[in-house]
Design a protein around this ligand. Sequence first.
Ligand SMILES: Nc1ncnc2c1ncn2[C@@H]1O[C@H](COP(=O)(O)OP(=O)(O)OP(=O)(O)O)[C@@H](O)[C@H]1O
Length: 695
Amino acid sequence: MSGSAAGGEPGAHAFQVDLRGVVDLLARHLYSGPRVYLRELLQNGVDAITARRAVDAGAPARVRLRPLPGGGLEVTDSGVGLTPQEARDLLATIGRSSKRDLDLGVGRDEFLGQFGIGLLSAFMVAESIELVSRSAVDPTAPAVRWRGFDDGSYTLDVLPDASVEPGSTVRLQPRRDAEHWLEPATVVTLAEEFGGLLPVDVAVEVPLHAPGQPDEPAHGEQANSEQANSERAHDERQRVWRRTSATELPWRAARPDEDAEDRATRLAGYCERTFGFVPLAHIDLDVPVAGVSGVAFVLPQSAPASSAVHRVYLKRMLLGTRVPQVLPDWAFFARCVLDATALRPTASREALYEDEVLLATRDALGAAVRAWTLDTLRARSALTRRFVDAHHLALRALATTDDDLLDLAADALPYETTDGVRTLTEVREETGGVVYASTVEEYRRIAAVARAQGLVVVNAGYVYDADILARLARRHPTWGVRPLGAQDVAQVLSTLPPVREIELASFVASTNAVLEPLECEVQLREFEPTSLPALLLQDRDGEHRRTLARTVAEGDDLWGEVLAGFAEDAQPRRLVLNCANPVVGRLVDAPPGEVRDAGVRSLYVSATLLAGEPLRARDAELMNGSLSVLLEAGLPAVTSETGRGPSADPAPDPTPDPTPDPTTDPTTDPTTDPTTDPTTDRAPKPTHDPTEGHR
Ligand SMILES: Nc1ncnc2c1ncn2[C@@H]1O[C@H](COP(=O)(O)OP(=O)(O)OP(=O)(O)O)[C@@H](O)[C@H]1O
């Protein structure tokens, strides 16, 4: 648009605008693509209708889109129109908008547009834009024709033609290579997408049998027959108006004979058409202060949190189909369709402006989704089960911050336990408490022993679970929720008969002497699985008391005495030997000496590995030392001449068969392999895989 030198200051000039540069900027950096041209034209038509209806409530509300045979597009609205003077003022200046002032007597909030750049977006697809208009509010004003060209020039003519109807018609002459944007099928698609929920009557003129319509003859079938061809040619010339807008919002549509179930079915159909999935349920959304209404659809399967985007309309014009941040992060199991009147768009009109109204709206929508979630969990219905199955991860996320949901989560969420899949409430009712392993590794290590002893341990190793359990323990101290401790396991392992205990007292004493430098003491038990020779139990309290004992030993006399009162029954780590295991059975009855001690140390090292503890340098040294003692005792002595034993002939060997027995050898025992689930012989799911746990 041509600028003139500014008046006022001598030497002052008006900026010149390079229109092609501006259009390029809009196309590449503001809008997501040329397709938005149609939204801007629809928006101008709807705003013009709003302005006219502010002064004449009964005025028609109609927008007609007519793809032209030669390749252009004509958009006619029954809106307020423009006088020649208004056209000069508003269309000749980029950034000028009638919708920011109240000259027309309608508040700015009523309009979709506000920036004064929308019409320019048509230059993304058109080389020229013509607007023919007649004012509906000033009957004396003549019609006007404004023509803008993509080189930045424009013309303005007053039309003597008195037959021009009030309202406006915009005609686009396509740009080369942009013709497809103005074709009937594209125009229908764009009009439905952007204006599908507009409250005005929008229609596109299409051939009677638009290409691709189902009643078109299939390829090859009849297509060559002369009669069919002439019928088609006739139909092509026949034009019909295809309605692309709705009179009511789908979630607001009041149907007299419709009950709740029918409405749910209708909304599910709408969800399927819009999002492509049949929802588990819908949640009505209403935030009157922000002028927001809509519906959230609960996904039938879990979905990544990052895909939580929503379809948002502003004043019933589509803002975007992938708008993020509409619901709180935890509500990633729902997809919304929303219409808002008080939320503000960014200049591209494709995203929401992050302001306080949006923050408050997000909170209010979150509250509605949360209320539905709580009700659904309380209902314990078939829907509850399907919802929990599909979205337990989102529920776990929410339970880490929401106390009401935390309590319901205890009732509803499934957990892997050593007694099968259970809810925490079931575990509590059955066992009087909830003992949990905080990591998957810890759970896997203890599962076989615990299961065999009937000790119920909950696997809280997956994402959010240890947090949830710790929060439950704080919130309900009487529920007996606590992490698995050494004493839980020790208590359920059977003790030996007293006579046997007495028999083995000297073994215990000498073994304790062997283990003492390792801050460990031995305990003899008999337990399942018998294939497991030894278990190293770590007692967190014991750990603490051991630190205290060390402090006592190092402290001065006065403090030493005080601290000693607390440190008395310091419990070191415990190496629990399973006397039901054949190897251990032989070891406890073996004569005292170096070989037996080496056997004890080997068991200690394998139990340390099984417990997932790293081997310290001292442990590795111990292992090598024990190994050489055991080898020396088990292998024939080496002679200096042959480098082999005294006899190479296969004389009967008095030592036991060194071939490992898979049922007794800790190194081949599946339970010693922390990557294998000893109960099922199947590799566990990767640790902390949030999407796979708990099934
Ligand atoms: N169909 C129409 N009928 C009447 N007036 C129109 C029409 N189209 C455009 N106008 C006038 O031209 C002005 C500029 O239009 P334009 O689309 O560039 O900006 P806008 O609609 O005001 O704001 P936005 O940039 O947010 O769309 C409008 O404010 C309006 O006064």
